[in-house]
Design a protein around this ligand. Structure first.
Ligand code: HEM
Length: 492
């Protein structure tokens, strides 16, 4: 997506990771250590770890506590789902929690990315019409090249309608919120936001206009939510009363039949309204009609809708928090200076907004929307961290926990603080090498030979557009952590 790229440079290999805060160069031969940690007794170890992960500790505390206990950012642990009704799922992983060890996940000579999007557990293929969609394919599989090229082509072609589609859909969202505010004194953004994300990306990805189906325009986002939830529940903390959550939500996988009707409606809608894009999938990329539609639905529902439904609420609540009024004012000043008050926002104007971009990057560092990435050792190899190296055996599963890797004190100064301007200036741009939210460095480029997010540049750009549009629209804006908007002051 040449017109959209904010930054881009060649792929980084794990050996090139030299964090800025490592004062003395890492010795060329690091001591070889046994990986600390254990999987515990069969069944019992994984079950106890599952209770910690979902119940007694949060996900973050789970990883922090073990890292403290073993005094290491590389250790063995179990990851749910586990016992009793997940036969064939192996919960054993090697957790990697610093930038250097994490970067091995991007080296596809060392690791394989087959069927391990969310760990050893893979939701039933029935959720995707019995088709293994692109995210589950390793680059060594020829279909990965077809699907990845198709996705990159979709994004490139839709760059010409990106801004007008964004503006018209986001307008509908804010109009709904403003009406609600004046009627009820507050408005919850969640539903209008998800509707916006669904409508916008349906047009961008499949070229399909939800205005042609009132059911998809109104309920499409709900169909996507339940389809996503059913696949992910075994790996996610929901936060309902325990032990009910463990008994009813984390003990078995849910069948796809519960969401089949909504998924089929989305499928039929894309088949009818996304004809042009589907035809390109078939003629230019050699996919069958079914493969094309299920892949489109996955990219739309899981990657774009799922990713933005996690990322944008965090970004908006930080921006609208009463503690961040000064930050909001600084960002607004930059947005208005760089975009003028009358012209429409453009990729070019957003590219000029250094602080807005840095704010978006910092949000991606501080709360990576996809917290865990997995990869399986393709062969025996030596994994290096800063002060030790470790033997990894072929077949072992690495689990990169982004949240802590992105707080690596050897790379990021004051890593536990949110610093909106962290990625500004030359020093800030250097740090982009260590920003990994897209399953690769922010300076890398998604390609058929890697597993970096195809939407990497589009995500940053769209988030910048969202922030810039919001700050041009309102002179002040307040939003609670539950996405309840209590006040907006329209730009005069
Ligand atoms: C905030 C939004 C998003 C986030 C946080 C996100 C994050 C990610 C991550 C972490 C991966 C790697 C998963 C893995 O293999 O472990 C990934 C892969 C992928 N993403 Fe995104 N993504 C987002 C939005 C998008 C969008 C908008 C698109 C396309 C329109 C997209 C398309 C893809 C594709 C096709 C892959 C698979 C790449 C491959 O198989 O080589 N993503 N994304």
């Amino acid at each position: 997506m040449a017109t959209m790229a904010i930054t881009s440079s060649p792929r980084m290999s794990s050996s090139s990771v030299t964090p800025p805060n490592v004062v003395s160069p890492t010795p060329s031969v690091l001591p070889l250590k046994a990986i600390p940690g254990s999987y515990g007794l069969p069944l019992i170890g994984p079950f106890l770890d599952r209770l910690d992960y979902f119940w007694f500790q949060s996900q973050e505390t789970f990883f922090r506590k073990r890292s403290e206990k073993y005094k290491s950012t590389v250790f063995r642990t179990n990851i749910p789902p586990a016992f009793p009704f997940f036969p064939g799922v192996n919960p054993h992983v090697i957790a990697v929690l610093d930038c250097k060890s994490f970067s091995h996940l991007f080296d596809l000579d060392l690791v394989e990315k087959k069927n391990n999007l969310i760990g050893d557990f893979m939701p039933s293929l029935r959720f995707t019409g019995n088709i293994r969609v692109g995210v589950y394919l390793d680059p060594s599989e020829p279909q990965h090249t077809q699907v990845k090229n198709f996705t990159l082509d979709i994004l490139k072609r839709s760059s010409s309608v990106w801004i007008p589609e964004f503006i018209s859909n986001v307008d509908v969202m804010w109009t709904t919120v403003e009406k609600d505010l004046s009627k009820n004194g507050s408005s919850n953004l969640l539903v209008p936001l998800q509707r916006f994300i669904c409508r916008f990306f349906t047009k961008i990805i499949a070229g399909a206009d939800t205005a042609n189906s009132s059911e998809i325009a109104d309920k499409g986002f709900g169909y996507l939510d339940s389809w996503l939830a059913l696949q992910l529940i075994p790996t996610q903390k929901i936060g309902i009363l325990q032990p009910l959550e463990e008994i009813f939500l984390h003990s078995f996988a849910f069948p796809s039949i519960l969401v089949r009707s909504g998924y089929q409606k989305l499928y039929d809608f894309l088949k009818k309204e996304g004809r042009e894009v589907i035809q390109r999938g078939e003629t230019d990329f050699g996919l069958s009609e079914e493969e094309t539609i299920h892949n489109l639905l996955f990219i739309l529902g899981f990657n774009a809708f799922g990713g933005f439904s996690v990322f944008l609420p965090g970004l908006i609540t930080r921006l609208g928090s009463t503690d961040e009024t000064e930050l909001q004012n600084k960002l607004r000043k930059e947005v208005r200076e760089k975009s003028g008050s009358t012209q429409q926002l453009s990729f070019e104007s957003v590219r000029e907004m250094e602080l807005v971009q840095s704010f978006v990057y910092e949000a991606l560092r501080y709360s990576p929307p996809v917290p865990c990435q997995y990869a399986r050792a393709r062969k025996d190899f030596t994994l290096t961290s800063y002060d030790a190296s470790y033997e990894i055996k072929k077949g072992e599963l690495l689990c990169g926990y982004q949240v802590l890797a992105m707080r690596d004190p050897k790379v990021f100064d004051d890593p536990e603080s949110f610093k909106a301007d962290r990625f500004t200036g030359e020093k800030g741009r250097e740090l982009l090498k260590y920003l990994y939210w897209s399953n690769g460095p922010q300076t890398g480029s998604p390609s058929t030979s890697n597993k970096q997010c195809a939407g990497k540049d589009a995500v940053v750009l769209t988030a910048c557009l969202f922030v810039a549009d919001l700050l041009r629209r309102y002179d002040s804006f307040t939003c609670s952590s539950s996405l309840s908007i209590t006040a907006v002051d329209k730009a005069k």
